[in-house]
Every structure is written in C-alpha cells, then in structure tokens.
Design a protein around this ligand. Structure first.
Ligand SMILES: Cc1cc2nc3c(=O)[nH]c(=O)nc-3n(C[C@H](O)[C@H](O)[C@H](O)COP(=O)(O)O)c2cc1C
Length: 164
C-alpha cells in the first residue's frame, strides 16, 4: 500500500520527519514507505498508566513495534506515532477515554525501523474502585476496505491541521 507523497524517495528508503507531539515536544523519526502486514491470528495488546506511559506490552506488540520490551516499558505510547496519523484522531481517543467510554479506531503505527503497520484498535479505561488506574488497548487485524478509507480520511484531516 503506497500512501505517501510523490516526493518521497523510493519505496523502503528511509526519510527523516520532524514529529510534533501534542505537548509541544519534537522528535526526529525515520519513515519508510514499507508496510508490515498485521500478523494473522494475533492480538496486539498494551497497557498504559493514566498518562499514557506504557506499562505492559505482549509479545505481539513487542514483535510488531520492532523495539525490545525494555525500550517500550516506561515510554509514552506516542513512541509508535506515525506522522500520517492526524492529531484529531488521538484527541478523540483521549476525549472518549476521559468520559470513561471505550474508543475504537484505525491506527497507522510507526515501527522502530521506519516501516508501518495498520491496526484496528479498541482502548478501554481500567477502573478500580471508581478510579481510572490506566488504559488497555487490544488491536486486531484491520479491514483493508476501512484502511483504504482511512488513508483518504486521515489525509484530509492532516490537511485541515495544516499538515499535508
Ligand atoms: C491504551 C492506549 C493505547 C495507545 N496506542 C497507541 C498506538 O498504538 N499508537 C499511537 O500512535 N498512539 C497510541 N496511543 C495514543 C498516544 O498516547 C498519543 O496520544 C498519540 O500517539 C499522539 O501523541 P502525541 O500527540 O504526543 O504525538 C494510545 C493511548 C492509549 C491510552
């Protein structure tokens, strides 16, 4: 699936991108136009604390991210943020979780080597004694049709964010 702009180098060639996070921090990431297919029959699971810091990652999460578990635990979940994801998608996720409701959506995630993978994610608040102690996200294989729709939708959303 090729959803990058025509000025990108050849497929698989890394290019640098300056990612701007919602808190104003910036990070240089390597991006490659190379999709890694969702692994058949696997669920990709992670948990975070209330601030979105990764506290648990199952083996499929580790394998797909390209990081070691040690590199993931304790990091903000935006370690997987792909520049093609509109900020509004994550605002919707946090607003929804903040109301105590589950969130579902399509996410394009960035691997450590710059390649990417699409997931269909469900995130829920973990509540103990009426208090949110963190969040869990379970990802499954995405529908190809919906991914194609999201490629267009997210491009329009990025354009609205001034990030074509
Ligand atoms: C349980 C949970 C799972 C998340 N999973 C992802 C994920 O797989 N990929 C991702 O980019 N952001 C994920 N996020 C959202 C990130 O916390 C963050 O909002 C997003 O990456 C945008 O970060 P930024 O605005 O700091 O760039 C998740 C958040 C929670 C609470």
């Amino acid at each position: 699936m090729n959803d990058h702009d025509a000025s990108a180098p050849g497929a698989g060639e890394p290019r640098e991108y300056l990612l701007r996070h919602h808190d104003g921090s910036q990070r240089r990431v390597q991006v490659r136009d190379l999709e890694v297919p969702y692994p058949e029959g696997r669920l990709i699971v992670s948990r975070t604390d209330p601030a979105g810091i990764i506290t648990h990652a199952n083996q499929s999460f580790v394998d797909m991210s390209g990081y070691t578990r040690e590199e993931l635990i304790g990091q903000p979940h935006h370690i997987l943020r792909h520049p093609d994801m509109p900020a509004a998608a994550f605002k919707d996720l946090w607003d929804t979780l903040g109301r105590g409701e589950p969130w579902q959506g399509y996410v394009k995630n960035l691997r450590k080597d710059g390649s990417y993978y699409w997931v269909f994610a469900t995130a829920i608040p973990n509540v103990r004694e009426g208090r949110v102690i963190g969040y869990t996200s379970v990802r499954r294989k995405p529908s190809l049709t919906r991914v194609r729709e999201c490629i267009d939708l997210y491009a329009r959303m990025r354009a609205e964010e001034g990030r074509p």
